[in-house]
Design a protein around this ligand. Structure first.
Ligand code: DGT
Ligand code: CA
Ligand code: CA
Ligand code: ZN
Length: 576
């Protein structure tokens, strides 16, 4: 991934800030590290290039001391300051930073005064009342931390798909530098592209099992080796937020397909396959499909499915939701692919709260091979996110016109992410909405107030193209609006408004279940990255993964069409 180095250094800098804060430092230095981390996260270019060209200090937010540390990291792969700052801080305290509503300052106080070192300790001092008795805390604050812990636990310690994907790509790249393997691939829920994964499963085909496992356990970042042998290894890797488990399995080449099938799962799918095999007098395992002692298949997944009388089933469908019957009847849908998308219908620019100029967004879209890109900055009432006044919107549109005159192969569409106000009205008047190519309407305030009714009212407005992030949930821990998604989906189908699959990995909203509900009611889906920063447009791949898990085909998705046909309101064709 383009900016993995930027992110890695950013993670190191925030870790320093966390460590300093847990140790009780709260001043200007901590803020400087945090700011630098944020700047790096958002930096559109590779930090290594900036450093080589001697431009580090030109970046606002990066001072002399931090510039030196970045250079040190680029030279040596780490920063002494990181080791120094984290020395003596119990590892478990960093994990606590993921608890919503619990900051480093509170952790510091609880560590200093009560000696807590882990989540278990924290729970203890909450339940025996000692936390509440600390200066500046009190029962209300303790109670809110207890709720935070609950939220945190409920979200589980599953790894968000983007992190998991990055880590898997990195581990696979590392494995390729080791002893030769014939094949290597992620398996498990990662390959099925769930929105989050419990652990990472990696499969390799090789004759040199134990050497490969040895190499695997030497992957930088391994903090614990849980198992190691001739055919498998299992390790913990410390990531920016918590420990990830990574399992490696090694099989002989002739079993590659059977093993890939087995370790991709899901368990439910595998159970169903096994019983199907049994009915056919076959036996299926991670080594192959057998009739008695004879191996009928095993080298490829296609062979294995064929031996069971089935078409090859895309991993995203392997959840035992009826896919096996379709595969037997030769009726599997042709799932949407990333390359079917002709454009992105939801991105933010510097005009509102994005960090890329429209020109930079256009280059990113061209790099992705898009035919169009809808610039959807926030509308006027969203002042915390730089919502555009009508005058400012005109300036933004003038910039779009200017770029459209010179761009080749890409059409910038005039759009807006327009707030649905508390009375269901939209945040721009119809004269403005009528001049836009794309209107995504969304709720950013009043999450409990008549959400369903407001959304449906918004959809009645003929200028609305799609409802953005229709449930409002955040994977990191917000429950979402009180919305009746079935009614919204019905109205969307009736009015010819699309519902968005917001591909931002903290949203993935609609999720796979709601997507299935929406298309079952005849609704159309628009896929948008909700891009705010450099690299975000590439998040669309995770949206495509979810779309495939919901069995979406190209026909279900609005932005697989040419831009002139986007306005499918009751299939009237383009309004302009
Ligand atoms: P996760 O890690 O919780 O997100 O989900 P998975 O699906 O990656 O599950 P994991 O890591 O426990 O196992 C990877 C795959 O290995 C799983 O999808 C199917 C296969 N597998 C593991 N244990 C069993 C089992 O007991 N029976 C069967 N049939 N398959 C299994
Ligand atoms: Ca797994
Ligand atoms: Ca596993
Ligand atoms: Zn947005």
């Amino acid at each position: 991934m383009g900016n993995s180095r930027n992110r890695e250094i950013a993670a190191g800098l925030s870790r320093i800030a966390d460590a300093l804060e847990i140790k009780g430092d709260s001043g200007f230095k901590v803020m400087a590290y945090r700011r630098a981390a944020r700047v790096l996260e958002d930096l559109p270019e590779d930090i290594a290039r900036v450093a080589i060209e001697g431009r580090l200090r030109e970046i606002s937010g990066i001072g002399k001391g931090i510039a030196q540390k970045i250079e040190e990291h680029l030279d040596t792969g780490t920063m002494r300051k990181l080791l120094e700052a984290t020395a003596g801080v119990p590892e478990g305290l960093f994990d606590l930073l993921n608890i919503p509503g619990l900051g480093a300052r509170t952790i510091h106080i609880a560590y200093r005064e009560l000696g807590i070192r882990s989540l278990a300790d924290l729970r203890q001092v909450i339940s025996d009342g000692r936390l509440a008795s600390l200066p500046g805390l009190g029962p209300k604050k303790a109670e809110s931390i207890r709720n935070g812990i609950e939220l945190f636990e409920r979200a589980g310690r599953r790894i968000p798909i983007d992190r998991a994907t990055r880590l898997a790509e990195d581990v696979v790249a590392w494995m390729k530098q080791g002893p030769p393997a014939e094949r290597i691939s992620p398996a498990g829920s990662l390959r099925r592209r769930r929105e989050s994964v419990g652990d990472l499963d990696i499969l390799a085909a090789s004759d040199g099992g134990s050497e490969l496992v040895e190499h695997f356990t030497r992957y930088p970042g391994v903090t614990r080796i849980l198992a190691r042998g001739g055919t498998r290894g299992s390790v913990h890797i410390t990531g920016p937020e918590f420990e990830y488990q990574v399992d490696l399995r090694i099989v002989p080449k002739e079993s590659w397909g059977a093993a890939l099938q087995y370790f991709t799962g899901s368990k439910a799918h595998n159970v169903r396959l096994r019983s199907l095999a049994k009915d056919m007098g076959l036996k299926i395992s991670e080594y192959g499909v057998y009739r008695g002692e004879r191996r009928e298949a095993g080298a490829t997944e296609e062979d294995c499915y064929r031996a069971l009388g089935l078409d090859w089933i895309p991993p995203e469908m392997r959840e035992d939701r009826g896919e096996i019957r379709l595969a037997r009847e030769g009726d599997l849908p042709r799932l949407i692919e990333e390359k079917d998308l002709r454009g992105d219908l939801h991105v933010h620019s510097v005009f509102s709260d994005g960090s890329l100029t429209i020109e930079e967004l256009a280059s990113a879209a061209l790099r992705r091979g898009y035919e169009y890109l809808a610039i959807c900055d926030h509308s006027q009432s969203v002042d915390y996110a730089g919502g555009l006044s009508p005058a400012r919107l005109l300036e933004q549109q003038a910039e779009i016109d200017r770029l459209n005159r010179k761009l080749k192969g890409l059409r910038l569409l005039k759009g807006a992410e327009v707030d649905i106000l508390s009375d269901g009205k939209l945040d721009y008047p119809d004269e403005i909405l009528g001049g836009l190519d794309v209107v995504v309407a969304s709720i950013h305030s009043g999450f409990r107030k008549n959400v369903t009714r407001r959304m449906i009212a918004a959809m009645r407005n003929p200028h609305v193209t799609a409802i953005a992030h229709p449930t409002g949930r955040l994977l990191s821990g917000r429950e979402g609006y009180a919305v009746d998604i079935e009614s919204v989906a019905e109205a969307a189908a009736e009015f010819g408004v699309a519902l968005e699959l917001n591909a931002c990995v903290d949203r993935l909203d609609l999720d796979e279940n709601n997507l299935r509900r929406a298309v079952a009611r005849g609704g159309r889906i628009s896929i948008g990255s909700d891009s705010h920063h450099s690299g975000d447009m590439d998040m669309i791949r995770f949206g495509i993964g979810i779309a495939r898990r919901a069995w979406l085909t190209k026909e279900h998705v609005l932005n697989t069409r040419p831009w002139k046909n986007l306005h499918g309101r009751r299939e009237q064709g383009p309004s302009r």
